[in-house]
Every structure is written in C-alpha cells, then in structure tokens.
Design a protein around this ligand. Structure first.
Ligand code: HCA
Ligand code: CU
Length: 380
C-alpha cells in the first residue's frame, strides 16, 4: 500500500500568518489535537529562532506524540547544530533556488547552495536523524538548477526532497508534472509538496502533487501561513476521504472540528465561511430542490457524511427559496402535522415573509407557530 504522510506546519508556517501568536500552552494543545486527529508529521519552527521557541521544541518533543516532530531549519551550521541539540525526529532543511530568491534574498549561486547544503545533510544523517532538503521557490527555479541541487542533496543522503510553491504561482498540471519528474528521477527518495494559496490553487495543487507521486503533503490548520496561507488540513482530508480513503485508516476525523475551532479561537478569527468540512454552513442545505432530496437521502447533495466528522447536517428553512418538504419537516419537528393544503399555504406565507430577509431558525419556528395559531383560531 502506498504511504502518504500529511505534514502539518501550523506551528511553523502557520505562525508566519499575520497577527498569529501561539502561547506555550496553545502550542502544546495544537500538537496534542493534531496527534489525536492522526497527522503523522508535525513541523516546528527552528530552535534558533528564539529562546522560547527552543524551549517549546524541547517541551513538544517531551509530549511523546505518535506524530514525528521535525524542525524547519535554514542551511546554516548554527541553525542545524541548534536543532540537533533538541530531540526532534529530523530536520526539514530548505534553501532558495529561484533566480528571485538567489538575487533578492540570500544572494548565493547554485554551486554555493550545494557547498552549503551537502555537508549539513551529511551531518544530520551522521547523527541518525531524518533529513529532508527542499528547494524554496522550486516552481520559479530553473529546471537544471533545481535538479542539480536535488541531485547533490540526494547523493548526500537526503531521504526526502521538497518542492514548495513558495509564491503560489503553479498550476495543478505543472505541479503534477514536476512532481512526477522528480519521483521518476529519484526512486526511493520521498517527495514533499508545499503549496501556497496566492491564486487559490493550494488544495488543488496539493492534490495534483499526490497524483503525481508525492508521498508527503504540507498543510496547516485552516490553511494559515505567510500571506493568505497554504493548503488546509481540512481541505486535504476532505479530498482524501473521498478519493483515497485507504490512506486514512489511522486518522480520527471526528477530532477535526475541535482542532479547527481551537486554532481559530487562538487566532481570534472565525473558521472561514468556505472552509471544507468545518465551515459553519458546510452541511447546511437550503434551496427547496436540495432540501427535498436531502430529506429523502442526504447523498443526493452530500459527498461528505457529516457524521464521519462528528458533525450534523442542517436544513435552512428560512429563505425565499425554501420548499414545502423542508417546511413540513420542521413543522413535524415542532409537533405539528399539517395536511397537504395547509402545508402549501404555510410554505407560501413563509416564503413571502422571507422576501424581506433571511430568517434564522428561531424566527422560522416562531413564524410556523404563529401561523398555526391563526389557522386554528380562525377555524374555530
Ligand atoms: C518559508 C518558505 C517555505 C518553506 C517550505 C519548505 C516556502 O516560509 O520560509 O521548507 O519546503 O513556502 O517555501 O514555507
Ligand atoms: Cu511556505
């Protein structure tokens, strides 16, 4: 069976999200919740980033999670040595290889990148730790440069190579092609993809990487990260649940909502209205045609079963698009058994009322009760 690992980078990439800050307690809770969901790899910031971060890496390793914890580390000796002093499972090394990053960021030539990275990869391997080497901004890198650097990294012992779409420029087709090219060129070496969402393709690109042969996919909770972030854990899990359920046996998807809520709360933001699985309306059905079918069989308009995620579906009755099946269903829940004609009248009245604006559940219930009351009193 093919093994695909999700790598969650909420504590590293995620804390690069504008305004994000995770306290020591929040870092611990996030790692524990990720572990409960079953995410197999968790990326932590570089221990050299700050004294608190170094301490956090130590403390998080001490939690004894099932998930393997790796540190995200620049290809600089001091950074690597600091990470090796902590008990992390391995190091995720990275180095910018695009013309843009080579000119405007670190100013190094490809030969220099190799000279810097190779001894560090060997060093990490010599310590018996896992090492991944990624080429930052891979999708704007010259192909020959990219492969030259990867050849050297693999030769030096990197167990996985990473292709981040650092600026979110790639299309799904490009991603699939590049990943396949690398998977064929480096058999026996893992391939990791990390997709930014600048053009809204993060999840699509990450799925394309999976289809192209990647064995490690980077995500964060809610997709938080630099600028507008990367692929979200819930988005990837939704895709895998449908297309690759055999890859999810060790996950507990019912723990996902709590994780998303916890991270949203820690950031003081709401879960995005369009978030896969955990958006407030992700399992709310509204239009009459939809609700009629869903009340017969939810599969009509649901590809994900909310129960598998510990969630429930709801039927929104309070709109001008509502239908008599939905209204009748709610009326029954309120203890009213209306005949066909009465139901048609009630539905018409409710739709007319909703012309002035959407009604919430309480307003709908009050409306149905009041309508029923006038009916019964007027017929006396
Ligand atoms: C960063 C860049 C990075 C690294 C990804 C990786 C990216 O924020 O420093 O290590 O593979 O998007 O390129 O997140
Ligand atoms: Cu990134």
């Amino acid at each position: 069976r093919r093994e695909i690992q999700l790598l969650d980078s909420t504590l590293r990439e995620g804390e690069q999200f504008a305004g994000a800050y995770f306290s020591a307690e929040q870092r611990r809770s996030i790692v524990s919740l990720l572990d409960a969901v079953g995410v197999p790899m968790i990326e932590l910031p570089s221990p050299i980033a700050s004294p608190d971060t170094r301490q956090a890496v130590e403390d998080l390793c001490a939690l004894g999670t099932r998930a393997k914890l790796v540190a995200h580390v620049r290809c600089a000796e001091a950074d690597v040595l600091a990470a090796l002093e902590t008990p992390v499972y391995g190091l995720n090394l990275f180095y910018g290889t695009s013309t843009e990053l080579r000119s405007f960021s670190h100013g190094r030539r490809i030969e220099q990148i190799i000279t810097d990275a190779v001894p560090l990869i060997k060093r990490v391997r010599a310590e018996g730790r896992y090492v991944r080497f990624s080429a930052e901004d891979a999708f704007r890198s010259d192909l020959i440069d990219l492969l030259t650097v990867f050849d050297a990294a693999v030769e030096a012992g990197a167990q996985r190579i990473g292709l981040p779409d650092t600026v979110g420029v790639a299309t799904p087709r490009e991603v699939e092609r590049m990943i396949r090219l690398c998977a064929e060129r480096y058999p026996g070496v893992g391939i990791e993809f990390h997709g930014h969402n600048d053009t809204g393709c993060a999840i699509a690109n990450t799925v394309a990487a999976l289809e192209g042969g990647a064995d490690c996919l980077d995500v964060t909770v809610l997709g938080i990260g630099e600028r507008n972030g990367i692929a979200s854990l819930s988005g990837l899990l939704a895709q895998m649940y449908i297309h690759y359920p055999e890859l999810l046996p060790s996950y507990d998807l019912t723990r996902l909502p709590l994780l998303d809520q916890y991270v949203a709360q820690s950031l003081n933001v709401a879960i995005p209205f369009n978030n896969p699985i955990t958006a407030p309306g992700a399992f709310t059905h509204r239009a009459g045609i939809h609700t009629k079918a869903v009340l017969r069989n939810p599969r009509a308009y649901e590809i994900l079963n909310p129960l598998d995620f510990g969630l429930v579906r709801s039927v929104d009755v309070g709109s001008r698009y509502t239908g008599r099946y939905a209204v009748g269903h709610r009326a029954v829940e309120l203890g009213l058994n209306l005949g066909g004609e009465a139901l048609a009248d009630l539905t018409a009245a409710l739709k007319a009322h909703a012309e002035q604006g959407a009604m919430n559940q309480e307003e709908v219930d009050a409306f149905i009760r009041a309508w029923n009351h006038t009916q019964t009193t007027s017929s006396e």
